[in-house]
Design a protein around this ligand. Sequence first.
Ligand code: FAD
Length: 633
Amino acid sequence: MEIERHEYDVVVIGAGGAGLRAAIEARQQGKRTAIVCKSLFGKAHTVMAEGGAAAAMGNVNSDDNWMVHFRDTMRGGKFLNNWRMAELHAKEAPERVWELEAWGALFDRTKDGKISQRNFGGHEYPRLAHVGDRTGLELIRTLQQRVVALQQEDERLHGDPEAYLKVFAECTITRLLQDGDEPGAPITGAFGYWRETGRLICFDAPAVVLATGGIGKSFSVTSNSWEYTGDGHALALLAGAKLINMEFVQFHPTGMVWPPSVRGILVTESVRGDGGVLRNSDGVRFMFNYIPDVFKDKYATSEEEGDRWYTDQANNRRPPELLPRDEVARAINSEVKAGRGSPHGGVFLDVSSRLPAAEIVRRLPSMHHQFKELADVDITAEPMEVGPTCHYVMGGVEVDADTTQSSVPGLFAAGEVSGGMHGSNRLGGNSLSDLLVFGQRAGAGAAAYVDGLAARPVAGPEKLAEAEAEALAPLSRGGAENPYEVHQELQRTMHELVGIIRKAGEISEALEVVTKLKERAANTGAPGGRIYNPGWHLALDLRNMLLVSECVARAALLREESRGGHTRDDFPAMSADWRRKLLVCALAADGGITVEEQEQPSMRDDLLTLFERGELSKYLTADEMVEFDALVK
Ligand code: FAD
């Protein structure tokens, strides 16, 4: 069968918030742009985002500004963030949200008609612009509407709506193409297949933006949907780019735990932001027992103060249910382990005794519907049962903060697939704003890269032949390993041995299993032909999940401390020795993963002095504090 071929300036892989925003920008800058997504157009993961987009607009509390948001983000990431990304994010998020409004997004409003903002864990002020608990849906709807508006403009200008912006939906990319054999050779395009027909497709383009989202499908309990197989992470590795921070995987504290068929589905943090409280089987609001020292002065120490905060934030500290996610997830895990869990192995999240029923339905319509439909629980009348679920990967492609370009010329990454912005732990709401800020920057970065090229890099014909052979291989391996069995074993291994609490022996065991699974995956067969064959699709996705899992496990084994989304039972404290160490994964010549330590660059002076000395001393090394003292003297 002939390979379908298309030529573009920029190919964006992924049609979630990051991909759409990148594509819009590239098209606005005059570049012929393709959007390729393996799911249906409009069914990206971003649609599932509930709580909102964090942006310091100061609509609800005028004390909020980019500097407070920057501080919260760095604090949440335990100072391991790429501070330049955190700075750009905090500064540009409001503009990106207002831009969405100008493109037609209908955010909830304050009484005086501004975009309303809600509280979320780790954010000092109400900061999440939202649309009920369906913010991601509105974000995608608006960006799609903008795509259509640009296509209508192109129809008027060029007589073809798809002249400058075309969507290729249900099309999976399996390889990036490059000019040369060396890892890190310039990008020349991307190769993949149509999911429905199995027909192969090649995009020739000097710039590719990865916007493929996360990796959750490598774990058995996850809030992530089927597309999250770490494709972009793996494509980047295979092209010679580096992945950073891969040991940091966020377990959201509140996923559904019952019934088994819905285990892991997210219960939005807005439930707690709007007053919901966590209790154990003794009825105790246990989060008061889990406030870590670094947060002691910022969180209420009594239920009365915590409750007062909802109506008077100026004079009270926030309740500990709103601690960053890693803290809450670990606390729930400890309660369950201590035998104080709910009947199905979680804890209770109660909003029914905190807000009137009508208010719960108004503020949390999706949660009300989700529990009624899936668990037959009426959240206006009874508590929910919740527990940690694999939710987000902080690690991803190492990029330049300003342009989002990776170390591979022509390869850009934005959104969950990129790494650095969130350090060791992401604050809720900071992803939707990240998608918008760095999606825009990726589109601009890719466009500028194309403009700067004297000539387009070209891949030799053998590259295409290799990509074709690799994609078709599982179809001819009849009677071999079953991809579903390999996938299940990988998920179980990652969940049980490299999950929320880790220790050296278990991680090493996981690495042995992953090595064996890699051999089995290379032998997975998917008989049944090319026409919509999910077994074939999974066999191809396994390569990606295994590469990414190996990165997570290797980096997790190396980092001998607990920080953010990485908790080591055998090294339970945050360690000054690891404070400035970033772990960077690369693909070795033998197909294995290497991990190297890299020192985090020193924070710019003007950013450092945004923090109080007392706070910095909780995180920074003694040497860094000496430098700080010299700076402020
Ligand atoms: P996505 O939106 O996942 O898009 C990825 C795209 O890549 C898809 O179109 C997919 O089809 C495509 N793709 C993947 N692989 C390939 C391939 N090989 N070839 C072609 N296409 C491919 N964050 C917040 O800030 N606020 C919230 O309130 C919030 N709530 C959340 C609720 C839930 C239930 C979940 C799961 C997450 C939530 N998050 C939230 C996190 C946030 O939604 C995600 O991090 C974010 O949407 C990721 O966006 P993205 O653009 O990077 O990727």
